[in-house]
Design a protein around this ligand. Structure first.
Ligand SMILES: [Zn+2]
Length: 202
C-alpha cells in the first residue's frame, strides 16, 4: 500500500472495494463463447440491498464482416451497455500450473494481462465520497483502482457499544464475514430476463 495514503494506521485515500463493483467473470464469457447457438446473453447486476438493476450488459461473440484486412476474432466478445457504449474483450485459454487443465481468462484492455474477472466501475477520484465509483470500460481490479475488502484491515470492526466491548474482551475484535463478489444474473434471451422481471421487452 502507498505509504502516503496511510497515517497513524488510518486510511486516507480513495477506497472502493471490488466486492461493491459489478464483476464480469471469465467463466460467463466462456459460456457465451461456447454456446453453439451464437446468441448474445444479457447480464444483469442487481443491488444486493434493494434488488434494483444497477448494471446491465449484452455479451455476444464478436465478428466483423469480412473485409480486405482479415483479422481472427476468435475468442472476442462485444460487451454492450444499454446506452450503446461497448467494449471489445478478448478471452484466452491458459494452462493451469498444476493439473494440466485449462482455464479461460479475460485480457484487461489497459494492462493487457489475462485476468479471471473484469470490473465495470472504477474509483471516481472526482467523486463526492472516498467510496465513489463510476462506470468505465471493463477492466481489471488493479486498473480500476479497486481493493479487496480484506485489505487494510477493514474486515475487523472495532465496536463502540458496551456489548461490542464485552465481545472484544472475550473474543478479540468483531469480524465480519468476507463479502461475496458481485456477480450478474445471466439470461440467454431478453424473454427470459423479462420473465424474471429484470427488463422490459419494449
Ligand atoms: Zn488491467
Amino acid at each position: 500500500m502507498d505509504q502516503r495514503e496511510r497515517r497513524g494506521g488510518r486510511f486516507f485515500g480513495r477506497r472502493v472495494n471490488c466486492e461493491q463493483v459489478p464483476q464480469l467473470p471469465a467463466s460467463i464469457v466462456g459460456q457465451v463463447l461456447d454456446d453453439p447457438r451464437k446468441i448474445p446473453y444479457l447480464l444483469v447486476w442487481r443491488s444486493r440491498s434493494d434488488g434494483t438493476v444497477r448494471e446491465a450488459v449484452r455479451v455476444g461473440s464478436y465478428s466483423e464482416p469480412p473485409g480486405p484486412f482479415l483479422m481472427d476474432w476468435t475468442g472476442w466478445v462485444e460487451v454492450k451497455r444499454p446506452d450503446g457504449t461497448r467494449s471489445l474483450i478478448r478471452a484466452v485459454m491458459r494452462q493451469l500450473p498444476r493439473n494440466g487443465g485449462k482455464t479461460r481468462l479475460l485480457v484487461c484492455l489497459i494492462c493487457q494481462i489475462p485476468r479471471r474477472s473484469l470490473f465495470g466501475w472504477q474509483v471516481d477520484y472526482w467523486g463526492r465520497y472516498t467510496t465513489s465509483a463510476r462506470t468505465c470500460p471493463w477492466r481489471c481490479r488493479s486498473c480500476a483502482g479497486l481493493r479487496y475488502e480484506s485489505e487494510g484491515g477493514a474486515l475487523v470492526h472495532r465496536g463502540r457499544g458496551t456489548i461490542a466491548r464485552l465481545f472484544e474482551m472475550y473474543g478479540g475484535p468483531l469480524r465480519s464475514p468476507r463479502p461475496e463478489p458481485w456477480y450478474p444474473y445471466v439470461f440467454a434471451s431478453p424473454r427470459e430476463a423479462a420473465e424474471a422481471g429484470v427488463c422490459n421487452l419494449a
